[in-house]
Design a protein around this ligand. Structure first.
Ligand SMILES: [Fe+2]
Length: 243
C-alpha cells in the first residue's frame, strides 16, 4: 500500500444525492469498508447529467460537509473526502462545467466523465477532444464498459494520446466479478490506464475492493505501473499537474 494509503477517485458515497448511498448510516459503513481496504482518500463523485442525480448544489454541499467530518473520524488515520462529479457527457456539459454547476475533481482541471455504453468511437473521441480543447483533463470513467473500446488497444492508445486519463473499476480486474477481467488487466499492464476507482454505490452494490484488486494485479503487472496508478497519478491529480 502507498504510504498514505489508496486513493479512490470514483465513489457514489454522498447520501441521498444520486443512486448511490441511501442515507448517512450507509455512507459511514461504506467509509469503514473503504478504510479496511486501505483507502485513505476518496473523491465523492455523484452523478451529474445522467438523470440519476437528485440534488441541488446547496444540498450536495451540505451533505458533503457532513460526510467529510465523519470521514475524518474513520479508523485511526481517517479518510480525506474530496468532491467532484461523475459527469454524463451531453450537449451543454462544457457550459455546465464553466458555470461551476458540474464539478471538476476537487476544483482541478480534471473531470470524471462517462458516456452511454454503446456510444460510437467517433462520438466518444470527439466529445473527449472538446473537453481537452476547452482546457479540461478528462478522466474517462470505467473504460471497460464501452463496447467500442473493448479489446481495441489501438483505440485506447489514441484516446490516451489525446490527453485523456482512463479509469477502470477495481472490481473489474477480479475474474470472479467480471468476465472482461483479463482485458482490464492487460490494459493496465500495458500502461493505458491511469486510475483505479471503486465506483461503489452501496454497501452491497460494488463495495470498495481496492486491496483485493491490487492483490490480483501484483501477480503480473510491473511494479512501476502499479506505483503510477496507485500513487504517482493520484498525487498529480491532487496537485492538478499533468499526467
Ligand atoms: Fe459511477
Amino acid at each position: 500500500m502507498p504510504e498514505k494509503g489508496y486513493v479512490d477517485i470514483h465513489a457514489h458515497i454522498i447520501p441521498g444525492v444520486d443512486d448511490g448511498s441511501k442515507n448517512m448510516d450507509e455512507s459511514v459503513k461504506m467509509l469503514e469498508m473503504a478504510y479496511n481496504q486501505g483507502i485513505r482518500t476518496i473523491y465523492a463523485t455523484p452523478h451529474y447529467g445522467s438523470g440519476k442525480e437528485r440534488y441541488d448544489s446547496d444540498y450536495l454541499t451540505e451533505q458533503y460537509e457532513l460526510l467529510k467530518e465523519k470521514a475524518a473520524g474513520v479508523g485511526d488515520a481517517g479518510i480525506e473526502l474530496l468532491l467532484g462529479n461523475e459527469i454524463y457527457y451531453r450537449h451543454g456539459t462544457l457550459e455546465e462545467l464553466k458555470s461551476g454547476q458540474a464539478l471538476t475533481m476537487n476544483n482541478t482541471k480534471y473531470v470524471l466523465v462517462e458516456f452511454n455504453v454503446d456510444i460510437r468511437y467517433k462520438e466518444l473521441y470527439s466529445a473527449l477532444q472538446k473537453l481537452v480543447l476547452a482546457g479540461y483533463r478528462p478522466i474517462l470513467a470505467h473504460i471497460e464498459r464501452y463496447f467500442c473500446l473493448q479489446k481495441k488497444f489501438e483505440l485506447l492508445y489514441a484516446v490516451k494520446n489525446l490527453g485523456v486519463c482512463m479509469q477502470i473499476n477495481a472490481s473489474s480486474v477480479i475474474p470472479k466479478l467480471n468476465s472482461e477481467a483479463s482485458f482490464c488487466r492487460k490494459a493496465i499492464r500495458e500502461g493505458y490506464i491511469s486510475f483505479l476507482g471503486s465506483d461503489c454505490h452501496r454497501t452491497e452494490w460494488r463495495p470498495p475492493c481496492m486491496e483485493d484488486a491490487v492483490k490480483v494485479l501484483t501477480k503480473k503487472t510491473p511494479e512501476m505501473i502499479i506505483d503510477r496508478i496507485l500513487y504517482k497519478n493520484t498525487v498529480k491529480l491532487y496537485n492538478n499537474e499533468f499526467i
